[in-house]
Design a protein around this ligand. Structure first.
Ligand code: C2E
Ligand code: MG
Ligand code: MG
Ligand code: MG
Length: 282
């Protein structure tokens, strides 16, 4: 009987795997097409200074609205782009587009671009970054590159060298999703990051338990002691914002402030704050 069960179970998993594999293949093909047709979009989500509530930065986030399949999240297509190598051309476009769009913003507003670990395998990364900045006459300090712990988890001397080179160019390097990796603290010894972004799972914990707040407090203090700036991701409630301000968190990003929006909407969002009036979440 165990054998029969096993066989049934196998058949069940087999057919479900099939659907997953089919979806994956479809996305892979359609993504290659989207890249060549130029139908991917870049959205921007503001980061504000926790004290002044001024916009200080915007994170560029990929959006893909497929005519037939509807919106497909980067959480689904980025891993496929990484596996297939498409991430190289997508990443190059994201960098160029983020630099182009942000060149029309006030000079004190930075733009943050996410980099996949896979992009670090390509020796073309540094020239590509330099080129995107040069084309748009961009001051290096306005560009922030967000990397995750997975980059350092399997890192080679070449990866660390690339990080150092980018850093020497004056580009800011941020450690994204901080706290979700396997040994976050050891990475802080290996490379001097300019910024830590506390993962949103810790921020949402702040509302529900004391320990959540203690962890966030501890990360903020750590960042300060190591002279890094610190941002909170996924801030959704006024309570979280108030607590983060009290704890001395530097920058705030989340739906409470604004959702990611098109470049045009972001320009309007910036202008709306021009009169210096406090924003809604003040
Ligand atoms: P991430 O870099 O950690 O980006 C933050 C994610 O949190 C974004 O999801 C953003 O829309 C979402 N978010 C922001 N505020 C809130 C909030 O208050 N509540 C909640 N629930 N979510 C919030 P998104 O846009 O779906 O992107 C997911 C991930 O995909 C990103 O995580 C990043 O790792 C990756 N990604 C997006 N664009 C790019 C890109 O251009 N290149 C690369 N390599 N990866 C990208
Ligand atoms: Mg990010
Ligand atoms: Mg993040
Ligand atoms: Mg995150």
């Amino acid at each position: 009987r165990a054998k029969a069960d096993g066989r049934n179970r196998f058949r069940y998993f087999d057919s479900s795997l099939d659907a997953t594999a089919r979806r994956r293949n479809l996305i892979e093909q359609e993504l290659a097409l989207a890249v060549s047709l130029g139908t991917l979009e870049l959205y921007f989500q503001p980061l504000i200074d926790a004290q002044s509530h001024q916009v200080v930065c915007a994170e560029a986030l990929l959006r893909w609205n497929h005519t037939r399949l509807g919106p497909i999240s980067p959480g689904e297509f980025i891993p496929i782009a990484e596996e297939t190598g498409l991430i190289t051309s997508i990443g190059a476009w994201v960098l160029r587009e983020a630099c182009r769009v942000s060149s029309s913003w006030p000079d004190n507003i930075r733009v943050a671009v996410n980099l996949s670990s896979r992009q670090f395998l390509s020796p073309g990364l540094v020239p590509m970054v330099e080129n995107a900045m040069k084309t748009n006459a961009m001051r290096p300090g306005r560009l922030e590159l967000e990397v995750t712990e997975s980059l350092l988890m399997n890192s080679t001397p070449a990866v660390e060298q690339t990080l150092k080179t980018l850093s020497k160019l004056g580009i800011r390097i941020a450690l994204d999703d901080f706290g979700t990796g396997f040994s976050s603290l050891s990475y802080l010894r290996r490379f001097r990051f300019d910024k830590l972004k506390i993962d949103q799972s810790f921020i949402s914990d702040m509302d529900t338990n004391e320990d959540g707040r203690a962890i966030v407090e501890c990360v903020i203090r750590l960042a300060k002691d190591l002279r890094m700036s610190v941002a909170a991701e996924g801030v959704e409630t006024q309570n979280q914002l108030t607590a983060l301000r009290q704890l001395g968190c530097g920058e705030i990003q989340g739906y409470l402030v604004a959702r990611p929006m098109s470049a045009t909407a972001f320009a309007t969002f910036l202008n709306a704050g021009d009169d210096g009036s406090e924003r809604r979440y003040a």
